[in-house]
Ligand binder design. Structure first.
Ligand code: SF4
Length: 684
């Protein structure tokens, strides 16, 4: 037997939107160490605990290694030929009987840009439907909507290094110290060593809140109101950037008038933030040399998430904080590759590169390259698809890399819908909760077993290289998608992901100059990339993403949040833990991380614990209108009053937060309002 060589392979971390890169040292299938390097464009020599120790799952005995077909209540192993024949037969039958829109396709940030591109191409050009969506629907679609309406592009304004250059960083509804650790380190360093000011606006006193120069706690769901009031106050003080507004923005007069009701008194009453704090926020913005606003799911996962995202962008426009270093909008994408999944078109209304499916000229470009007419009307998003299943309109679904039964809101409702599908294909690394509802389960390879590119939160496209051969009979997602397309008669001939990227570069101008050669090793490109390979670390220096180059101000429109009632009297917030990725089905199988944080818990305030006689470590049941969970209580001053916090990272049937969350969604994007959840608590 040949002695196994020690190898060093460059990869990209897929666990959060920071998108660190590093070398993986291996011998056979054993990971010897993760080694960050100064060549890494985002993180240099840093990683967090997940990036360093979160990869053992690739060798887990629980990995799927063979295709499975349902037989009654159980699954049997099958050959690739058998499952591909079955999928082609069932998809064709559903299409023939009910039409192409009876099929739905759900992609994921867990797969590469090229794989996302192929998913939407399969849906659109092979099946003939725009029913394609990805997991950004659960998190940052509202930020995309807010930015598209105001500045015309759906990406972070600048780089993570730019955030460190800002005079003032405002973090709203985000917990980067746990969810984007290396990015948080940049902010901590700039704050501690370089005089950067920090404002944190959040319900929960997390680590960044403790470090902030100003920490304010609004009532849940009221961010839009304080943002609009601060913007109005800035205008009233004549602190707005008049030159920037007159030269680069349209609609200022109408916008200014529309702010009339957002007085400091009104904002204090609605948000609970004192007038003094509102004035201090406005003053700090006025005095700062560059303001960067970072936000995440504390903003977006509300019924008014997209309106609040737009009001963040409005504030930045009014103060001239776009198009220069150390300023701008930074929606923090949860995973590396939430940004890429959207950029490469797994959305029901956008073709790759944010070209509308309803636009004839855009569509024609794709039709010419793909050689087939495309569907003209926007498809269903993943929430609409679930409802369509229950209405008998959607009959078949192909889902890649997403544990929808666990991460989508109101899990019991999702389970009911998935169980009614006539034919359901799930493709993943593990036999997930969602796979239990499938007719066919396909074994996919994780990032360490394939090549491709990922795009991080700052629009940076990076290559990952294959560290291991696919385990067992698992395959890279792009190969599986190609195989399904070809069984359906597509005749695709891709031999390597670089060919898929070359095609995307032809049809999407923002990727025009993206090539694998230019991404070799630790090289990276931030879109838009010109044909000569010039990339764009900083957006909006020349103009905004509309045809006239000017930004638009979105008129304020506060969507009041749901509120507690007598029966469900406690507000349940949720979020992430540093040690785990998503619902945890990967990091939970990395023994070190699982040992450190084996399960979730609920944070309870000191005052509520005292009032209800709850001790630290007590077992409690949380009950909402939609379900119940049992978890251990952690009594802490991180939360206050009747606010609870339940981390989402668990694979336990007992404690998953989505057994509690409801079906309300953001009014513009259908992103679930996970953060508007109310429960009662019983001590067990
Ligand atoms: Fe970097 Fe995020 Fe991975 Fe941590 S989880 S190593 S911060 S990309």
């Amino acid at each position: 037997m040949r002695e196994q060589r020690i190898r060093k392979t460059k990869t990209v971390c897929t666990f959060c939107g920071v998108g660190c890169s590093f070398d993986v040292w291996t011998k056979g299938r054993k990971i010897l160490k993760i080694e960050p390097t100064e060549k890494a464009p985002v993180n240099g020599i840093s990683t967090c605990v997940k990036g360093k120790f979160g990869w053992d799952f690739v060798n887990s005995e629980e990995r799927l290694t063979k295709p499975l077909i349902r037989r009654g209540d159980s699954f049997v192993e099958a050959t690739w030929d058998e499952v591909l024949d079955l999928i082609a037969e069932k998809f064709q039958e559903i299409k023939r009987t009910y039409g192409p829109d009876a099929l739905g396709f759900i992609s994921s940030s867990k797969v590469t840009n090229e794989e996302n591109y192929l998913m939407q191409k399969l849906a659109r050009s092979v099946i003939g439907t725009n029913n394609v969506d990805n997991c950004s629907r659960y998190c940052q679609s509202p930020a995309t909507d807010g930015l598209m309406r105001t500045v015309g592009l759906a990406g972070d304004s600048g780089t993570i290094q730019d955030i460190a250059k800002a005079g003032l960083v405002i973090i709203v509804g985000a917990n980067p110290a746990e969810a984007h650790p290396v990015l948080a380190t940049r902010v901590k360093r700039a704050h501690k060593l370089h005089g950067q000011k920090l404002i944190v606006v959040d319900l929960r006193k997390h680590e960044m809140a403790e470090r902030a120069d100003l920490f304010v706690r609004p009532k849940q769901g009221t961010d839009h109101v304080w943002l609009s009031a601060v913007t109005k106050y800035i205008i009233d003080q004549e602190w707005h950037d008049k030159k920037f507004l007159s030269e680069r923005v349209v609609g200022y007069d109408e916008y200014r008038k529309s702010l009339s009701k957002y007085t400091l008194d009104y904002a204090e009453e609605i948000t609970g933030i004192s007038k003094a704090d509102l004035i201090q926020i406005a003053t700090m913005i006025h005095e700062a040399n560059g303001v960067a606003v970072l936000w995440a799911m504390g903003v977006t996962q509300h019924c008014g998430g997209s309106e609040t995202s737009a009001s963040i962008s409005d504030l930045l426009l009014v103060t001239g904080n776009y198009g220069r270093p150390g300023a701008g909008a930074f929606p923090l994408r949860g995973h590396n590759n939430v940004q890429g999944a959207c950029d490469f078109g797994t959305l029901p209304n956008w073709l790759p590169g944010y070209q509308l499916v309803s636009d004839k000229v855009s569509r024609k470009k794709f039709e010419d390259v793909w050689g087939t007419p495309l569907p003209t009307t926007p498809g269903m998003d993943n929430q609409q698809m679930l409802n369509a299943i229950l209405e008998g309109k959607l009959r078949g679904m192909y889902l890649v890399g997403e544990d929808m039964a666990w991460v989508d809101t109101n899990a019991n409702h999702v389970h009911e819908a998935l169980s009614q599908l006539e034919f359901f294909v799930v493709q993943d690394v593990f036999f997930t909760k969602t796979a239990q509802f499938a007719d066919v389960v396909l074994p996919a390879s994780p990032s360490l077993e394939k090549e491709g590119t990922f795009t991080n939160t700052e629009r940076r496209i990076q290559r990952l290289y294959q560290v291991f051969e696919p385990l067992g009979e698992s395959k890279p997602d792009w190969e599986i998608i190609c195989a399904i397309a070809n069984r359906l008669g597509a005749g695709w001939t891709y031999q390597h992901p670089s060919e898929i990227m070359a095609e995307a570069a032809k049809v999407a101008p923002i990727f025009a100059g993206v090539t694998y050669d230019r991404l070799e090793g630790y090289n990276s490109l931030l879109w838009p990339v010109a044909p000569d390979g010039t990339d764009t670390p900083l957006l909006y220096t020349e103009g905004f993403g509309f045809s006239d180059g000017k930004a638009r101000l979105a008129l304020p429109n506060w969507v009041p949040p749901m509120t507690p009632d007598e029966e469900y009297d406690l507000h349940l917030n949720n979020g992430r833990l540093l040690e785990h990725f998503h619902e945890g089905n990967m990091t939970d199988k990395s023994p070190g991380l699982r040992k450190k944080v084996p399960d979730t818990f609920v944070e309870i305030s000191l005052e509520l614990a005292k009032e209800r006689g709850i001790e630290d470590g007590a077992l409690v049941r949380l009950v909402s209108r939609y379900g119940s969970v049992k978890v251990r209580a952690v009594v802490t001053d991180r939360v206050r009053g009747k606010e609870l916090y339940l981390p989402m990272n668990t694979t336990s049937d007992q404690s998953a937060v989505n057994l509690l969350t409801g079906s309300a969604t953001d009014v513009r994007t259908n992103t679930p309002a996970y953060k508007e959840t109310f429960v009662r608590m019983e001590v067990l």
